[in-house]
Structures are given as C-alpha cells and as structure tokens.
Design a binder for this molecule. Sequence first.
Ligand SMILES: [Zn+2]
Length: 295
Amino acid sequence: MEKIKLNDEIIEQIKDFEWGNLTIKQSAIIEKLILNEELNRRYKDYGLCRECKQPKAGHYYNNYWCQSCNSKHFQQNFKNWTSGNHEVDKFIQSLQIKSNDCSEVLEWIEYDKLEKVEYLAKGGFGITYKAIWKDGYILDWNLENNQWERSKKSSKTYENYPVVLKCLHNSQDITAEFLREIESHIKIESIFVIRCYGITKDPESNNFMMVMEYAKNGSLRQHLNNSFNSMKWEEKLDILQRIANGLKDIHSQGLIHHDFHCGNILNNNNNYTYITDLGLCRPANVKSSQDEYKK
Ligand SMILES: [Zn+2]
C-alpha cells in the first residue's frame, strides 16, 4: 500500500520551522502547503521526523514516533532474534511494523536480559514473577547512536526497571489464548490498562511468559486491605475514576473485559491504578462460551 507523503518541494519549505513554536506566518504556510487532512493533522500533532522529513505518526508522553522509519529499524533487526516459535516471531514482527508509538511496541526479550527473578503469586491462569529488566522499554530510535533509545537509559527513575513475568499454564505450547491476551493489551493502548512490553521464555521450564508493567502495591484488593483506613477520600475517588477511564478505553475498542474484579486491578504508588488480566477480553459482539469461564 502506497502511503501518502509530503513532496520534496513542501519539505524544503517547512523543514527548518520550529515545530511547536510556529509563527503566525509559518502556520499560514503550513495550512496552504499541507492540504491533505491526515498529513496536516500529523504535522500539527507530532511534527516532522528528522530522518525521513515526513510527519510522525503518534506519541506516547514526550516520545514522538515515525511509524515508517521505526518500522524499517525493526525489520532490519528481524534476522537477529527469534523466539524459537514461528507463530510468536510473526506475531511480534507484525505488531512492531504496525506500531504508531512506543506503547504499541512488543519485543522478544531474551531471558538473560531479566535479573533477580522472584516468585510473586499464583492465580487461576498461572504464575507471576517479579524481575528486573536490564534494558527497559523502547522510547524511540536514536539517530546519532543508530540504536534504540530505552527508558532505562533516559531516566533515573527506571534505573532498576521492575517488570512482572506472567506465565500461563501450559504455555510451552503457545496458544491463541496467550497471543490474544497480549494483543488486547497492545490494542487497548490506555494509560489505565497495564502495559505488556514483550514476550520471553524461561529456558528451564520452556514456558513462554508475558513481560508486563509492574505495580508496587499489587492488586486493588491487597491495597485496600492494607491501606483503606489511612487513605483519603480523594485517593479513593481517584482510583474509581482511573478504573472508569480504563473500562472506557477497553470498551471504546469494542472489547469487554469479562473477568473484572478487584484482583484484576493493580495499584502503583497509590496514584496509579491499572486494569489487567485481559485473558478473557473479547469483542463485544462475540459471546464467550460457558466452558471458557470455567477454565
Ligand atoms: Zn521518519
């Protein structure tokens, strides 16, 4: 599919504009030159890519993303990694090529990039572990160093980047269920839903595991049991608001959670509340079978 692009003549005229700080005259030039609605919106929202000079495609917080260039950077690296499973490789690759910002990126994470793996909890779905991810997640391509800029290097907050490893029962045989849960996390792309960064494989058990965002206070159930009396009303209302926003983001993708309770809501540092466990998440028009609920 041929993508719409700005032509060289237009790029030449606008490439030195200070995006985000345009003069009235420059804004008028943009309106006159970029007539395509999508390119015009992308220029105003995300600015130009330094590498290809085309408008970027999206952003996650302060990280602005060129889908076209970053998709190439991912593709050039396909030959350097494999999960050992063709289906998983294809799944990760297709998400990487499509990603419109860094929160939509899924990576194959070698197990030796994870340190201090410790047991966290056992649930109906499988087992979770806590670990330190040595690299941290991808923020953007660093043009100067010709490599990915990662969260861990760019911020002191992420010096020890904790993650959760979620291992489903019998995930040696990678199932559609496993990949569907990950796809739901990526598709919903909400700051109120826990992030899934990638997939790894425990070399001892041969189990595939999701590598996910870590929430310090654990489930909302645990958090309320520990701190209900010391919490202010504002904090409790804030939690409710974040849960409502997370559900709204899930529903706006046409999905229904199907397994929603306070064990599947996580809390980090009191102020951040996220929905997780999207294993039964399905499109609103697809009925889950009774059997699925019994698993
Ligand atoms: Zn680009």
